[in-house]
Design a protein around this ligand. Structure first.
Ligand code: BG6
Ligand code: MG
Length: 220
């Protein structure tokens, strides 16, 4: 059995990946930049500032904005985002997630969050899920964001657990890469994540039994 499950938040536990997308789109519109969902895939799992840099790079005339202006734009995006998460309730937990958390708790497998978001603790509170988590890693606890493995290794190190005894659940390419580079078992949600050790189409397919079966094949 694995000893810990490490969960990404946005797009795995709840559909806040969509809210990040909408908030960036709103800011981009104000900047006269357009981008689509395909481009947005590159922003998933990436920190607020790094995401802003990628968006600014779409328009050469926005390349050399002063730091204060970038800070202002990042704050503006976050204001849009915070408006959107105001209305989050436990109803917004994605299908299958709560059962998975309960099953893990029953099996006494540790549960941690590994999120790039500074809003992560607040989102978990609104979903009333905080009590399931033995440890939270958010943007405040790491110096190198995904795809660097630090977000996930920080949780494993806290539990004092080998990386190969960890399972991570991710909806972003950057996150799957972080898990793979850490030597953890990566579970991808969404069809595009071909690098994942185990891929499911949607969160409702995240069944503990199936994950454990795949994990044991991988680890033997
Ligand atoms: C990640 C999201 O979880 O958090 C990204 O996938 C987001 O889209 C990043 O940019 C940072 O979030 P926040 O809430 O700190 O701006
Ligand atoms: Mg995500």
């Amino acid at each position: 059995y694995p000893k810990a499950f490490l969960f990404d938040l946005d797009g795995v536990i709840t559909d806040t990946a969509e809210f990040h997308y909408l908030a960036w789109k709103q800011l981009a519109k104000e900047l006269g930049v357009t981008f689509d969902r395909e481009f947005n895939e590159q922003l998933k799992g990436i920190s607020r500032m790094d995401s802003l840099e990628k968006i600014l790079a779409l328009n050469p005339s926005l390349k050399d904005l002063p730091v204060e202006e970038k800070e202002r734009l990042a704050t503006k995006k976050n204001d849009h985002y915070k408006d959107l998460i105001q209305k989050l309730t436990p109803q917004d937990i994605l299908p299958g997630i709560k059962d998975l958390l309960k099953d893990l708790q029953n099996q006494q497998i540790k549960i941690a969050l590994g999120s790039a978001s500074k809003n992560a603790p607040m989102v978990l509170e609104r979903l009333e899920l905080t009590h399931y988590f033995d440890y939270l890693v958010d943007a405040a606890k790491v110096s190198k964001g995904k795809p660097h493995p630090e977000t996930f290794t920080t949780a494993a190190d806290y539990f004092n657990i080998d990386y190969k005894d960890c399972v991570g659940v991710e909806d972003a390419e950057s996150g799957v890469q972080a898990l793979n580079d850490a030597g953890m078992f990566s579970v991808g949600v969404g069809n595009e994540l071909t690098e994942a050790d185990y891929l499911v189409e949607k969160t409702a397919d995240l069944k503990l039994e199936n994950i454990l079966e795949q994990y044991s094949k991988w680890s033997s």
